[in-house]
Ligand binder design. Sequence first.
Ligand code: NDP
Length: 272
Amino acid sequence: MSQGAAGNPTVAMIQAAFTHHQLPWRYINLEVAPADLPAAVHGALAMGFRGFNLSMPHKVAVIPLLAGLGESAKLIGAVNCVVRRDGAFVGENTDGKGFLTSLQTVIDPRGTNVVLFGAGGAARAIAIELALAGIRHLTIVNRAMDRGRGLVDALRAGTPTEVTFVPWSGNYVVPSDTQVLINATSIGLYAPEARVPVAVESLRPEMVVADVVFNPPNTRFLDEAAARGCTTLDGLGMLVNQGVIGVSYWTGVTPDAAVMRRALEQALGLAR
Ligand code: NDP
């Protein structure tokens, strides 16, 4: 069975960074069956790999195979980026860090009130990273109560951030003291007309509104927010910045994000 590595656009983006910075490196897509993960990780170490990215279902299963975890990877409980440090593999999570870097281009999140839609893998990574970055209050809005409450428990146990859970039913009315609103659900993925259930009239021009969905990047949620005068951030920024962080972990070179975004847009067929 395929684990879905084929067709992942990350390879085009990372390889473009290597080419642009004249780094004689290769980033390759490899399909690994769950039962073969331990052999693949040991083989990568033996063959001198400087690191690799992982997608589901390997993000959690890889943890016992590593020598250690970065702070946010430990709290998130998932690893999407492995880095060789002092001859051993360490697990990092760059999903939330990529989002945070993208967010910091428009607002300093320290001390802000944030509303987050979703409690899946992407939402969990973003929530932990925002908490570590010093936001004041986080409201998690999710349809499934158990997932939402589980994320709240993890945040309360591992970070000092104030957290509230709101079960999602009907159009969510965004509190007026919210500075950042994030859609971290899969609503809108390959579905440009799909609507995030939010009371659009509660969006205010001073809010930053972000979406994790990157295909298509101009989601209906962002269009509606832009029409209300909000500052918007698309999911490509998160994806590009997690690539930037991965390349800098592996090579020590901070790559040009604009070069990587162009390569990604081309790979996704979005280039104008
Ligand atoms: P998960 O399957 O782990 O979580 C999906 C989340 O979406 C859950 O909270 C789920 O709620 C919610 N959801 C799905 N459909 C609906 C709906 N109709 N109404 C309300 N809530 C809904 O997925 P991931 O967290 O891994 O991925 C989420 C999105 O993030 C995807 O679109 C993915 O492509 C994107 N992503 C983007 C990245 C980037 O770099 N830009 C990186 C990683 C992911 P419930 O718990 O109630 O089922």
